[in-house]
Each structure stands twice: as C-alpha cells, then as structure tokens.
Design a protein around this ligand. Structure first.
Ligand code: ADP
Length: 459
C-alpha cells in the first residue's frame, strides 16, 4: 500500500482527525476500491463506531465481507438494511452473492431477480448464469458471454425449452386441512367465504350474482404460515395444489418467464379444481411504475392477463392464492375485482396461537408431559417457522440421547425450553417496523388499514 501516496495522505488525515466520519468513510471506500480488504474492513468498523447504523458503512462492510468470502457476516450486516422499504437494489445483489456463498440458491435467486427488476443496470450475466440453473433445478444453456456492459436478458437461443414443457411446478394432492392450521380463525373464515363456500354452495352465491374464482393475496411476516395455510385450503377443498416458486417462473431469457407463467396456469387448469399458490409474488407482480425495463412489465401484464383468463370460464375451478412479505410492492392493478382482490393479513401468532402451533407440531412425537403455555411464553415474536425450528432442535437432541440410551426417551417441557434458547426468531419486529412505515405514510386508499392495530402494538 506504501506505493499509493493518495491513500497514505488520506490515512494520515484520518489519523489526525479520527472523528471525521466522512473522511473515514472515504478512506474505507478507497481501500475497498483498491482491494485492500483487511484495511478497508478495519476502517469501516472504525466508522461504524462513530455511526453505528449508517447504511452506507454497513453496505461497505458487507461488500468487504462478501469479497473475503465471509458470507454469514455479510448477511448479518445486510439484514437491517434489507428490512428497510425500498432499500437500494445493489444491496440485493450483494445479498444474492452472500446467500449463494452460503449455498442458499433459492433465496439468492429471489434477491437477485428482485434487485434487477428494480434496477436492470445491475444485471450480472455471470451471477445470473450461476443462479438460474440451480434455482430452476435443471441445467440450462449457458448464456453467451457478455462482451460489453452486462445485459439483463438475452434472446432465447434455439435450444431453449419450448412453451409446452416449461412448467416446472408440480401438482400435489391431499394431506393438510384447516385442522392442521393452528389459530388464524379470522384468516380461515375469510378464506372460507372467499374460496370454499362459493364452490361448496354455488346456488347460494349465484343467487347474489357472485361467481367462484379469483384470488386472495396473503401477506404478513415471513414464516407466519402463508404456504401452510394455502396448502391446507387446497386440502379443505379437495383440490389439487400447485406450489409455484420464483424459480419456476423467472428466467433470464426474453419471453421465457411469460411462457413459464402461462404453462403454470395451464397446468392448474388441467388439474381443476386446483389451488394455484404463488410464493413471493411481489417479485412477479411488482409495481410497473418501479420498473425501468419493458420486459419485466410484460411479465406483470401477462400475469394480469392469466388471472383475467381469455373468457369467463378459463379459470373456473382455479383458485389463485398468492403470498408476499411485501404487499406494498405489488402493483395495485392486482387488487381489482376478480384478481387478487382481497388482501388477507396472516399475522404472527399470539401466545395462545403459539401454544396451538406447538401442539400440532408435537402431536406425533413421544411426549412425557408438556406445558405448551410455558413454551409459548418464552417464544414471544416467534412465528410458525421458528417454532418448527425449536421442535426440530429438541427432537434432534432427544434422538441423540435416545440412541445413547438404547431406548426412546420422551420429550419434556425443559427440552423445548432449552431448544427455544438456541433459535433466533425470524425478523417479525423488523417486519412490523417496515409495515408501520407503509401503513402510516403510504397507505394508498386504505389498502393496509387491517394492519393498523398490529403496527401500533408493542413489538
Ligand atoms: P410462510 O409461507 O408464511 O413463510 P410457512 O407456511 O412456510 O410460512 O410456515 C413454516 C412452517 O411453520 C410450516 O411448514 C408449518 O410447519 C409451521 N406453521 C406455520 N404456521 C402454522 C400454523 N398456524 N399451524 C401449524 N403449523 C404452522
């Protein structure tokens, strides 16, 4: 580094005025740009002491970590930034790299595509190529080398899969019903009225001029049970269930995502009655005003067209449930009648609901005695997915003990209490803080009124 006089001067200046935040940040940025990662990390950390929550410093630090392959640390630095509404898309790309480093290709793909849907200039052909085959679950043709500035999308090569075979989602049948979903009585009731009754009692609904069909947007914090609920709704209805993830639809080739979407709707239509479930729908149905690229707008338009159907009967018996943690990013056109016209909030579980979820999760396990309420009490802010994590840990520990003892040892309350201490709850608090921002400051036509009492609560 001694050969770089400019850097030396900057370092000297920073040494002389250690509390000058802009100077330290500038120095850290320069060190990073020149690849002096250890020195950059030290400077970013020093700057962070002066301004602990500064997003630019956290982002810089995260970049250092990604380049040092310290992916867990990068994600920890990025976490609070990603929970902020409208976070800079470049942070999404960093998160994608870190998640990929951790082997979490699904979430990496989500972050990447979400980021480039907001800023296509961030598209990175190499990253996309590494993500797409993994998240699509099947090998894809290698995209042409980017010779100039990275291009977001490529024209599909001749060898690309034809539209007929492009649906990768699978049809599931049977299994869960609403009895497997603890609590959520208001949510279940809303789904019963919207989805189940029109099919179970068509005459009654016809008498009031209502048709079955259309969809529901389930929204709420991650892990609160949206997917579980959708699957149970299908079982309750005796319908097939098609679980569509982003990886089943998004494709870097122009036109392919639209074809995948159509094929997925067709798959549901061939299996009616069918619940077609779209997870992370905000990435497929993002506000068109947020998009710079015509091709991403096309996907949204195609989605709207599929929801409307070519004629009245096209979607008969196809119920669309879509889930999102970020309903405010969904284009308002989706909320028109006959589309995802009913947003339904899936809340984090309260104490009684947590105890009920634990009962369901533990019902086939060997139990000695179990004080479900005690476990519910120490798991405040835990959602269903977190509770499942607690049960899995406790079961694992018990299994080990049982193997050593040579007999099945039943689970007890202390086992669950111990496991609960080792599980970090998902970011419900952060989610509520984000939701509060939208409800208070961007509550377009009262769309998020239902959230008001929740975000005003104590988190
Ligand atoms: P989301 O789709 O909202 O991110 P999931 O549906 O994937 O959350 O929930 C994760 C897991 O948590 C489910 O597979 C299920 O085992 C458990 N779970 C969540 N909510 C409930 C509930 N109300 N009753 C029973 N189990 C639940």
């Amino acid at each position: 580094m001694s050969d770089d006089a400019g850097l030396q001067a900057l370092r000297e200046a920073a040494r002389l005025s250690p509390d000058n935040l802009p100077l330290r940040q500038h120095l850290a940025g320069q060190l990073l740009a020149k690849g002096y990662l250890a020195a950059a990390e030290a400077e970013f950390r020093a700057a962070l002491v002066l301004a602990p929550k500064n997003p630019d410093i956290l982002a810089g630090l995260a970049e250092v970590f990604v380049r040092q392959s310290s992916y867990g640390e990068a994600l920890a630095a990025l976490e609070p930034l990603l929970a902020t509404p409208g976070y800079p898309p470049r942070l999404g790309i960093l998160a994608a790299r870190a998640l990929m480093g951790e082997g979490d290709m699904g979430r990496a793909g989500y972050r990447y595509f979400e980021a480039i849907s907001r800023d296509a200039s961030l598209a990175d052909a190499e990253l996309a190529a590494r993500l797409t085959p993994a998240i699509a679950g099947s090998p894809r043709p290698t995209p042409p080398e980017a010779t100039t500035a990275p291009q977001p999308l490529y024209a599909a090569p001749a060898s690309h899969p034809s539209p007929a075979d492009s649906a990768t989602a699978e049809v599931e049948r049977g299994g869960l019903t609403f009895a497997d979903v603890a609590g959520m009585e208001t949510v279940k009731e809303a789904l019963r009225i919207k989805l189940l009754l029109p099919i179970q009692q068509p005459d009654l609904f016809a008498a009031y001029g209502k048709r079955a069909g259309g969809g529901v947007l389930l929204y709420g914090p991650p892990g609160a049970g949206k997917t579980h609920l959708a699957r149970a709704a299908a079982g309750e209805l005796g319908a097939a269930f098609v679980n569509v993830g982003l990886a089943d639809i998004l494709d870097m080739y122009v036109g392919s995502s639209e074809r995948n979407l159509r094929a997925t709707f067709d798959l549901a239509r061939r299996n009616r009655p069918c619940v077609l479930f779209f997870d992370e729908v905000d990435a497929l149905a993002a506000r068109r005003s947020d998009m710079r690229q015509a091709h991403t707008r096309q996907l949204v338009n195609q989605f709207l067209a599929e929801l409307d159907g070519v004629d009245q009967s096209a979607n008969e018996g196809v119920l669309v449930l879509a889930a999102t943690n970020a309903p405010w990013y969904v284009d308002a056109a989706f909320r028109r009648p006959g589309r995802l016209d009913q947003p339904v909030f899936v809340p984090p579980p309260d104490g009684a609901a947590r105890a009920a979820i634990l009962r369901i999760l533990l019902r086939d396990k060997p139990l000695a005695e179990m004080d479900f309420d005690a476990v519910a009490k120490v798991t405040e802010h835990f959602v269903g997915a977190d509770l499942k994590g607690v049960v899995d840990r406790a079961v694992e520990a018990k299994l080990q003990q049982s193997i050593s003892a040579g007999r099945a040892i039943p689970l007890t309350t202390p086992d669950l209490l111990t496991a609960a201490k080792t599980v970090r709850p998902t970011a419900v608090r952060e989610w509520m803080a984000t939701a509060r921002n939208y409800v208070m400051h961007a509550n377009d036509s009262g769309a998020w009124d239902e959230l008001m009492p929740w975000v005003k609560g104590k988190w």
